[in-house]
Each structure stands twice: as C-alpha cells, then as structure tokens.
Ligand binder design. Structure first.
Ligand SMILES: NC(=O)c1ccc[n+]([C@@H]2O[C@H](COP(=O)([O-])OP(=O)(O)OC[C@H]3O[C@@H](n4cnc5c(N)ncnc54)[C@H](OP(=O)(O)O)[C@@H]3O)[C@@H](O)[C@H]2O)c1
Length: 341
C-alpha cells in the first residue's frame, strides 16, 4: 500500500443508529479505513447529498450487501492512500485530486472508493462543484446514454427537471443534440428548466400527457426518465412515440401501477426498463465512468454543462442538509463542505 504520511487514525463521520428523521444523524469519531485491493482512500473535501441518502436514512433503501452502511454516495477530494492495483488498472498518484462514486460513507473526512469509480477533478472546478457530479452523472449516463448514444433530435421527457438528476439530464440531452421536455412543480422551477434548455410543464397545474401531446403534435417522446413510477405509469406509456422507452429510476409515486395498459406496450412496441445505480457491480460502474470520462468530462471542462449548486452545509450540519432536501424547495444539488480545497 502507498500512503500519504499525514493520515490520522480516526476521523469525523456522520452516523445513524436507527432509521428516522434527520435528527438521527450525528457525527462520531471512527477509524479511518484502509484501502483494499483496487481501492483508494480519499481525504474528502466535499460530499454530495442525494435523495437516495434521505431514503436510506428513513430506513426505506437498505445498502446492498457488502456496501458501507454509512451515508454518502459521492465525494471530491485528494487521494491519500492506494491499495494494491487490480491487474487491469493503474492506481492514481498520491496527492491527485479526484471525484468519485463511493459505495457509501462519503459523509466523512476520509472515504474509500474503487479506483474504477474515480474520475478526474475537472479543471476550474472547486470541491463543491466536483462533488456534485458522480451520483447524478453516473445515473443519467447509464440510463439514457448506454449502451448507445441517442440519435440527434431524440425527444426526452425528464420528470423532476430541477432535481439533481433532472438538471443533469436536461443538460446532457441538450448537449448531445436531443430535445428535452421536463416536469417541475412551480413556475420558478419551470423557468429554470427552460433556462437549461427544456420545454417545461408545471405538473401541479397541467396534465403532462396533454402537454406532451400538444408540444409534439401528438407524436410523443422517444424516451422518458421517470422518478415517479406507479402514479405516472399509464400517462408515461401514452406519452411515448412508437418504440419509445420508459426508464424508471425511482418510485416516488408508488411501486404499483393500477390498471396498467399493457396493450399499449405491445401495440406500440414500447420498452419499459429501469435501474438502481447503487447495487450495480464494480465492473459496470467502471464502464459507466469510462463513458463519462470520454464523452462528458470534456464538456464539463469546456463549460458546456455544469452542476447547479443550490446550497452547501458543513459536514456537522448533515441533518440540516437532508432537511433542506426534504422540504423540496431546492433546485439542483445540496453539498456538504468537509475540508478546504
Ligand atoms: N435509480 C437510481 O440509480 C437513482 C440514483 C439517484 C437518484 N435516483 C432518484 O432520482 C430522483 C431524484 O434524485 P435527486 O437526488 O436528484 O433528488 P431531488 O433533488 O430531491 O429531486 C426530487 C424530484 O422529484 C420531483 N417530483 C416529486 N414529485 C413529482 C411529480 N409528481 N412529478 C414530477 N416530479 C416530481 C421533484 O420536483 P419538484 O421539486 O418540482 O416538485 C424533484 O425535482 C429521486 O427520486 C431519487 O431517489 C435514482
């Protein structure tokens, strides 16, 4: 193992013993972990807060077997130790700056990440911006751009257009020549979707199906990135053009679709799919990271796309950061500041 000489034996980490409200979160002093084969230890400068963290804290999204049970799926920081390399990878230099998709434990001063899930810290980014990238970019890229890039002009409806996921998806769809449509729950949030390049629908005031039909001259969209599930299932199917694809990534509107119109899937040759990023294996996550580095990181460097930061909180105020997410007032990302960069 190669290490930085200044790694302390213990660190501050956000922990919780029982599921519950944000107040179950507290800071503890725990041992700094040691990287195993193919892993790096990162001194965390900033960590992203994501809706899956909130659901995990509520006890509704248990970590997959073998994952770190503590919160925090994305970080930016400095590599301070490396385990032995895997056959097919080289380890980053000690002192190099990366952002990484973790397997949990990002709300802490130090965190492990598999080397394949680390990406370069984009030039010109600060720690908060770099930490805002991994979870949403891995999720959006794997669901909308793999296994192949969509053709130019592809119409994509993105539910929750101002979420961390939505703001990323709108920008990526636009950057790759697609036409973006997005739902959001207020006039202000709709205006942000429009600024990012989507045609917006206020889902609290308008029926998104009727609006999609009107906006596409009844043709429908080719792809839907959906985080609502059951409550939107039939309207999503009716919003799709023939051979369209519904990609479900969350179930905020329930896991059951009442009166699902399966005939619509058959007669229009629709594809219904979905995925969860966290339980996917290391090889898959590494493949997603390589796609991002090739196709997306150059766009970040050029400023074509960027993370939208709504608010930052110190690590010690992780409970406040999660409360802020639960109010639903935010647009874009909420980030924990852990150490100066
Ligand atoms: N499958 C995966 O691998 C994966 C990975 C990461 C995240 N996710 C999921 O993706 C979603 C976004 O995550 P995030 O971290 O970006 O969370 P977030 O910023 O808290 O976003 C939640 C979003 O849900 C939207 N929403 C709620 N009810 C809606 C409705 N009826 N119609 C349309 N939009 C609605 C909200 O819109 P308004 O604010 O406009 O009301 C908000 O934009 C979450 O559900 C999360 O669990 C899935």
């Amino acid at each position: 193992m190669t290490t930085h000489p200044t790694i302390p034996p213990s660190m501050k980490a956000v922990c919780f013993n029982e599921p519950g409200g944000p107040d179950v979160l507290h800071v503890e002093s725990i041992a700094v972990p040691t990287p195993g084969r193919g892993e790096v230890l990162i001194r965390v400068m900033a960590a992203g807060v994501n809706r899956p963290d909130v659901i995990q804290r509520q006890g509704l999204y248990p970590p997959p077997p073998g994952a770190n049970p503590r919160l925090g799926l994305e970080i930016a920081g400095e590599v301070v130790a490396c385990g032995a390399p895997l056959e097919d990878s080289t380890m980053p230099a000690i002192g190099s700056r990366v952002c990484a998709l973790t397997n949990g434990g990002g709300y802490a001063e130090y965190c492990l990440a598999p080397v394949g899930q680390c990406l370069p810290w984009p030039d010109g980014f600060d720690a908060v911006q770099a930490a805002a990238l991994p979870e949403t970019y891995f999720t959006v890229w794997s669901n909308l751009f793999m296994p192949s890039l969509p053709s130019a002009g592809t119409r994509v409806l993105i539910h929750g257009g101002t979420s961390g996921i939505g703001t990323t998806a709108i920008q990526l769809v636009r950057a790759f020549g697609g036409e973006a449509f997005a739902t959001a729950g207020s006039a202000e949030k709709c205006a942000l979707c429009e600024t990012l390049g989507a045609r917006a629908i206020n889902y609290r005031e308008e029926d998104f199906l009727a609006r999609i039909r009107a906006m596409t001259q009844d043709e429908g969209v080719n792809t839907i990135l959906d985080m609502i599930g059951g409550a939107y299932f039939n309207r999503n199917l009716k919003s799709l053009a023939p051979e369209g694809r519904l990609v479900i990534i969350a179930l905020q509107g329930g896991a059951k679709a009442e009166q699902a119109d399966l005939a619509r899937i058959m007669t229009r040759r629709l594809i219904v799919t979905g995925s969860n990023l966290r339980p996917r294996d290391a090889a898959t996550k590494a493949r997603i990271a390589r796609g991002l580095q090739t196709h997306v990181w150059p766009l970040l460097a050029k400023g074509v796309i960027r993370p939208l930061i709504y608010a930052t909180f110190p690590l010690e105020q992780a409970a406040d950061a999660q409360s802020a997410m639960e109010t639903g007032e935010h647009s874009g990302k909420i980030i924990l500041r852990v150490a100066s960069d």
